[in-house]
Each structure stands twice: as C-alpha cells, then as structure tokens.
Design a protein around this ligand. Structure first.
Ligand SMILES: C[S@@+](CC[C@H](N)C(=O)[O-])C[C@H]1O[C@@H](n2cnc3c(N)ncnc32)[C@H](O)[C@@H]1O
Length: 256
C-alpha cells in the first residue's frame, strides 16, 4: 500500500525528460503573461519560489527577470533536470530544493514572489499549501497560481476528474475558479487579476507522459465514447480522445 506522496514520486520521478519536452508545458500563453505581470511589478532584485517546478518551464521563463529563483519539487530527478538545463542556459539565478507545497522549508516572509504552475492539482492539502504560500511571501509580495481548472457543471466535472485519475493516480483534483477564490481569500491573498483559457490535451502524449497502463487507457476511451452529449461537447472530446479543459491564472497580493 503506497501513500499519495509515494505515488507522486513514482509518477513523476522517471518522467523528467518527458516533461522537459512536453509541448503543453514548454509553451502556453501563460508563460508570456507571467513574464509581463512580473516585469511590470516585481523588482529585479526579488527572490522568488516556484512550487512544483517539474522540469522547470516556469522557472526558466521568469529567472532572467529576478535575482534568485528557488525551484522546489518533491521529485529528485525533476530537480536534477532543472539544474542541468539551468546550467546549459546560463540561468545562474536558479537553485533547486526538494520539498512539497504543504510544508515549505523556508522562514516567514522569505520571498517577494511565489509561483506555481500545473502542479496544485496533485496537492492533497491545498488549503494548507495556500496558507504556506501566504506565510513565506513578504508583506506586499505577489503570488502567481496557474493550474488546470475544475468544471462548474458537476456532471462534466465528475467525468473530467475521473478520466484524470484513471490517467494518473497522482491526480487529486482540478479546483474550480470558485473553489480557488474561496481558498485564496481565506489565506488573505487579494486577487489582482484572473484569466482562463482553453488547453487542448492531445490524447496519445497525454497518456504516454504518465505511462498510463493500456487497460486504463481503454477505460478512458470507453468513458469518452459513451459519455453524455453535454460532457462530450463541454470537453470537446475528439474522435482520437484528445479533449480540451481550461487553465486558470490568479495574480495575487499579500497585504503590505
Ligand atoms: C506537471 S509537473 C509541473 C510543471 C511545471 N511547473 C512547468 O511549469 O512545466 C507537476 C509537478 O508537481 C510536483 N508535485 C506533486 N505534488 C506536489 C506537492 N505536494 N508539492 C509540490 N510539488 C508537487 C510533481 O513532482 C511534478 O514535478
């Protein structure tokens, strides 16, 4: 019997290379938007933290705008991939740290910017992690949260979360925009900007990235093929199983 943390390690540790080259992760409108938001407000001397850095795409995009970027992840091989690529790209601002969002190994008020991208749907105790983000942020500091969103319609949401879990046992939950807002407000983080956009998940690379066993791929495909019209339309399920969900971005500030 494995803990969730062990499942996360098993899912991600062998996959650093796949995440480094994944089109969904290496690109996306959010990387440019993140750079714009940060260059507009965060001073260049700032220290920043990227939680659940994976293969490092957000850290690589933002590091040139900052004095120091700590890339944190529970997976040692993701951290090794980040260090290697950062060295190759001359990004000396990046350092790595093993850890999880729920228990950040930093003193209060350590960072002017805390960010996370495509990771929070794996966190078991999101409320605690959001409080941790607020704790390690300096007064007046900014947080940038990017993640796949849950659907407001319960029928579509249950379907989406089910196929996500079948594909990847380390999936916990894509939170809806309303769930995020309530958690962020409770932690005292003021929303300055929010955006959402469609993210198309191409079926074969989506399952290959997580090494989904063939029997589970078959269950996903059968659910998709037999799914109700409302779900098939809401998720734009295509003949090969590719589908589209929404990604959300929250730009937040801790009171000065
Ligand atoms: C999809 S990858 C992240 C992608 C990356 N942030 C990017 O911009 O390309 C998800 C990462 O979240 C990490 N993760 C899972 N659970 C976590 C937790 N509780 N705290 C922090 N990171 C976690 C995984 O190890 C994995 O590397």
């Amino acid at each position: 019997m494995r803990t969730h943390e062990q499942t996360v390690q098993e899912q991600f540790d062998p996959q650093a290379e796949a995440y480094l080259t994944s089109a969904v992760h290496a690109a996306g409108p959010d990387l440019q938007l993140a750079k714009t938001l940060i260059s507009r407000t965060v001073p260049v001397a700032a220290q920043a933290l990227d939680i659940g850095c994976g293969a490092g795409h957000l850290s690589f995009a933002l590091a040139p705008l900052l004095a120091r970027m700590v890339a944190l992840d529970p997976s040692p091989s993701m951290l090794a991939a980040v260090s290697k690529t950062a060295a190759e790209r001359g990004l000396g601002q990046i350092e790595t740290q093993q850890g999880t969002g729920e228990s950040l190994p930093f003193a209060d008020s350590s960072f002017a910017l805390v960010c996370t991208r495509y990771s929070a749907h794996h966190w078991t105790r999101l409320e605690l992690a959001v409080r941790e983000i607020a704790r390690v942020l300096a007064p007046g500091g900014d947080a940038l949260i990017i993640d796949t969103l849950g659907h407001e319609d319960p029928l579509v949401d249950t379907f989406m979360q089910s196929i996500e879990l079948l594909r990847d046992p380390s999936h916990v939950r894509n939170r809806s925009r309303a769930e995020w807002r309530s958690l962020l407000q409770s932690a005292g983080l003021l929303e300055l900007e929010c955006a959402a956009w469609p993210t198309r998940l191409e079926f074969t690379p989506w399952v290959e990235r997580m090494r989904t066993p063939v029997d589970r791929v078959a269950v996903i495909r059968s659910l998709q093929d037999g799914g109700p019209k409302e779900v098939r339309q809401a998720l734009t399920i295509e003949p090969d199983g590719s589908f589209t969900i929404r990604t959300g971005l929250f730009w937040l500030r801790k009171a000065a």
